[in-house]
Design a protein around this ligand. Sequence first.
Ligand SMILES: NC(=O)C1=CN([C@@H]2O[C@H](COP(=O)(O)OP(=O)(O)OC[C@H]3O[C@@H](n4cnc5c(N)ncnc54)[C@H](O)[C@@H]3O)[C@@H](O)[C@H]2O)C=CC1
Ligand SMILES: O=C(O)CCC(=O)C(=O)O
Length: 447
Amino acid sequence: MTLDAATTALYRDIVRRNPAEAEFHQAVAEVLHSIQPALQRDPSLRDAGLMERLCEPERQSMFRVVWTDDNGAAHVNRGFRVGFSSALGPYKGGLRFHPTVTLGIVKFLAFEQIFKNALTGLGIGAGKGGADFDPSGRSDGEIMRFCQAYMTELHRHIGAQTDVPAGDIGVGSREIGYLFGQYKRITNRFEAGTLTGKDLPIGGSLVRPEATGYGVVYFLEAMLAQRGQSLEGKTAVLSGCGNVSQHAIVKLQEMGATVVACSDSSGYIYDPAGIQPDVLNEIRNVRRRKLDAYPEAVPTAKFVAGKTPWNVACDIAVPSATQNELGEADAIALVKNGLIAVAEGANMPCTPEAVNVFQEAEIAFAPGKAANAGGVATSALEMQQNASRAQWSFPETDQKLAETMRCIHDICLTTAADYGKPGDYVTGANIAGFLKVSSAMNMLGLI
Ligand SMILES: NC(=O)C1=CN([C@@H]2O[C@H](COP(=O)(O)OP(=O)(O)OC[C@H]3O[C@@H](n4cnc5c(N)ncnc54)[C@H](O)[C@@H]3O)[C@@H](O)[C@H]2O)C=CC1
Ligand SMILES: O=C(O)CCC(=O)C(=O)O
């Protein structure tokens, strides 16, 4: 749908005021396009500068992070934390440690989080952060010193009722542990609900490590059931081989699909017999090696260097590495090879052109802000457990995750149909998230 004049003017202004932030512009453009039917139905949604406020972060912090490597040499990185919206609860969203991190990347991720977190129905606002630090090849001691240096500044901005960071690319439970340790040391408080994604002994939740990947598969299951299909007997291709991918692979195979390929930034592995999650775990999480090491352990697999996996024929694609990793040509190749469904495990991994190809071909398409919401939803469950000093069992927590994903699926589907776009999960997710956050913003007054 084309933008009306008022929204076009708003969008132009956002681009002018946020120069050189292409990913942020892209994320905003998608939402503005999607919510046009809602704005047409209820023009009062534009009142009181609501749209302008929605697209302007409440707060943005940028800071210097100084740390020393194992040889005693000093390094300087740039740290970020953006609190985009606290209309529904404390800012909530992960931290990304990757050399490509910029303010624009963090803003796009925090903006996406507004709608994603609203869809969970769990009373969490939206934030995101990170640093342009490259953890690859760094020793455990270097990682710890970087995390301590980063938290030395970040601690001023966060808290269980203010802003609750978690993991994202390059930040797993090890980093969360070091970050929490430094927070605890500086503040003199064991305030477990200040960070989520912790290991169990320091206040973590069962299922949080698995949640994003499992959640994507629960969403896929619901989306396929809507079309009278299931995961049984399907082949799947994933990108990435980190937290999201590894657990999505486990759940896909548990539900009867065969995952024939996954990737890292150096290439992809292919095995028609199915990728083995235990081997992947050993190579990536224990030995911290690249995927070219996988065929050493599984000789039936081959490693294809320097390529993405989108030319591999499959029924289901789950891009789970990074933004804009799947473009128009990739989408065309996937559709030509018989694709039936896509679920975004990563945030905004498909370019707008690729999404267009999928939608034109009537492929079931689940946008990241709906499909990967299981991670942040389970973080909210971790916050609930921390607040009551409880620890729920794996089955209980997994059941809550599965129910949340089914609810998100159904909200997206019914909202899309209600606004004249049946089966369009992008429209459904954006409008449902937008209506929820905008009603809260109106109740809170002009802030
Ligand atoms: N961890 C979580 O709970 C959630 C993560 N996500 C999103 O899922 C995606 C993956 O995150 P995680 O699995 O947590 O991170 P991770 O650090 O565990 O794994 C990232 C994976 O992506 C690959 N990768 C990273 N940058 C790449 C690049 N430029 N080109 C090709 N491959 C690249 C890495 O090799 C690795 O396999 C990200 O987009 C993240 O924002 C979304 C929701 C929640
Ligand atoms: O669990 C969280 O708070 C972070 C999840 C996240 O960063 C995401 O949903 O992209």
